[in-house]
Design a binder for this molecule. Structure first.
Ligand SMILES: [Zn+2]
Ligand SMILES: [Zn+2]
Length: 76
């Protein structure tokens, strides 16, 4: 399972901690879930977004681009 984590800069809530941007992809038969998470290591700040894509192309946004910081999934 591809998993990718990067530093996404200082936390907007506590401004002390660093936010990590994590990308996960789950393949579940014909359905694919691209999941993004920003989480602060010092406070409870956390935001997540998951894109579910089956046979149809996703209706909203690009699942390979983080909706929070805009970084792209690194290619293979
Ligand atoms: Zn924080
Ligand atoms: Zn991000």
């Amino acid at each position: 399972m591809p998993r990718d984590r990067q530093n996404a800069g200082p936390c907007p809530k506590c401004s002390v901690g660093k936010v990590s941007c994590t990308y996960n992809r789950f393949d579940n038969g014909p359905e694919r879930i691209d999941s993004w998470e920003h989480r602060c290591l010092s406070c409870s700040f956390r935001e997540t977004k998951a894109f579910r894509s089956g046979e149809e192309p996703p209706a909203e946004g690009d699942p390979t681009t983080c909706p929070f910081c805009g970084r792209k999934v690194p290619g293979p």
